[in-house]
Design a protein around this ligand. Structure first.
Ligand code: SF4
Length: 442
């Protein structure tokens, strides 16, 4: 009989916030059974690698981490979970010398699968439709989401899984399946537990958060209903939304959000390109002018909202003119923060076989040009807040720093309070290194 107390387990997470959420959830389940956690760089008896497959590079890193775990302890049980495993299929992963390959939808039963392996030492796969099927088309959400911690102050709550959008560069709909979301009452219970634990801010996260509820046509629960229901929990002071699809921003949606002053005026709207021709090739279902309208709408209802985005440069066939359109668009629209990604091939996607793949050197050059522009835009936004809206509420991450509701990272000159405290005060300029300073009202 296996005694978990005798086993050391180590975790490594790759990829998105949803994966981070699920790693935390697996970690909690292992510890609850009595396993002892050690760091991934130490000798362990069990290594869990939560893999990612968003690009070929992510695939490579996933494999590297699995091999690194094997090198750390040749006799350890190596368990692979996550999207790389779902797309490759369990048998392929086992053939690479891994002991356990568990599909996303079975992640919650990983500790039991590991115990089974420790008893028998027989490599096993779980959760794959059959051993030859590489990607599950089933949605993987198991209907019992649990809350995760993203630090001492902020907690991520996964509100849905899967995606039906099929952007031409993305493998996620194949890896994670179609959208699936639990009802509001389930998520409110989870959010309440987080509030009871002391978390002040909840970040609603998922693969495609804007799709929340669309899989459940009968109850008509939508993202705004969920947000308002969580807003009623007294212990939760802030609600932040992770990446949103631009088309969800309608007047009705924004008016609904405005009913709660807990919703942070920080919206991450994925742009990906400012060129309509590139957007079309990406199979994104909006144009740059529609995107602009959504930003204008947010700016007309919210006072200085912080709008952040993602952009992919060097998408197949991106001409100098198309890149210039993206540059001009970002210059004009002046968002707070832009995360720039150089396009990276993902086998199995439509974009991977498109003509006109861009060289690494061009991608790097274009990324650098956008990075400089976006640094400038960020500074402009911060300066406008410093000048026009310096009053702020700060959620302390530690006694010397924290985030405002607009997600500005700010610093205190002297320690004040402790992690999780909410302080009121003002932004008070920058220090010598350019960091924003916050002065609490004592
Ligand atoms: S919206 Fe597009 S990029 Fe995002 S997960 Fe879905 S298919 Fe991938």
């Amino acid at each position: 009989m296996i005694n978990p107390k005798n086993y050391r387990v180590a975790f490594h997470n790759l990829g998105c916030k949803v994966n981070a959420y699920e790693t935390e959830r697996m970690r909690e389940s292992f510890l609850k059974l009595g396993f002892r956690q050690v760091s991934f760089d130490s000798p362990a008896d069990i290594y869990v690698v939560n893999t990612c497959t968003v690009t070929n590079i992510a695939d490579r890193k996933s494999r590297q981490m699995l091999h690194r775990a094997r090198a750390m302890n040749p006799n350890a049980c190596i368990a692979a979970v996550g999207c790389y495993v779902d797309t490759k299929g369990g048998e392929t992963v086992l053939a690479d010398g891994i002991d356990l390959a568990v599909a996303n939808k079975e992640k919650d039963s990983l500790p039991e699968k590991v115990m089974e392996y420790l008893e028998t030492k027989d490599p096993l796969t779980a959760g794959f439709p059959d051993s030859s099927t590489a990607a599950s088309e089933q949605s993987i959400f198991d209907g019992s989401p649990k809350a995760d911690t993203g630090g001492y102050t902020r907690a991520f709550l996964k509100v849905q899984d899967g995606c039906n959008m099929f952007c031409s560069y993305c493998v996620i709909p194949y890896a994670r399946g179609r959208i699936k979301s639990p009802p509001i009452r389930t998520l409110v219970n989870e959010a309440r537990k987080l509030g009871d634990k002391g978390y002040k801010e909840i970040v609603l996260t998922g693969i495609h958060v804007s799709s929340y509820g669309l899989d459940r046509t009968s109850d008509k629960e939508r993202l705004q209903d969920l947000i308002l229901a969580i807003s009623d929990i007294a212990s939760i002071k802030r609600i932040r939304l992770s990446s949103l699809e631009p088309r969800i921003i309608t007047e009705d949606f924004v008016r609904a959000l405005l009913q709660s002053d807990k919703v942070c005026p920080h919206f991450h709207l994925s742009l990906q390109s400012g060129s309509d021709r590139v957007l079309k090739r990406m199979n994104r279902h909006y144009t740059s002018s529609e995107y602009q309208e959504k930003v204008d709408l947010l700016r007309s209802f919210y006072d200085h909202p912080a709008i952040t985005t993602d952009v992919i440069v060097g998408f197949p066939g991106e001409t100098d003119d198309e890149f210039q359109e993206t540059f001009d668009f970002l210059k004009e629209i002046k968002l707070y923060e832009t995360h720039i990604f150089a396009y990276s091939i993902r086998n199995g996607t439509r974009a991977a076989s498109m003509e006109g793949q861009i060289t690494q050197a061009v991608k790097q050059k274009r990324s650098q040009i956008l990075r400089e522009l976006c640094e400038h835009n960020k500074r402009l936004f911060e300066d406008s807040i410093l000048k026009e809206r310096p009053e702020a509420e700060l959620l302390l991450e530690d006694p010397l720093s924290g985030y405002t509701k607009r997600y500005l990272k700010v610093f205190l000159e002297n320690p004040f309070g402790s992690s999780g405290d909410i302080l009121r005060g003002k932004l008070a300029g920058r220090d010598d290194t350019g960091r924003l300073l916050f002065k609490p009202i004592s």
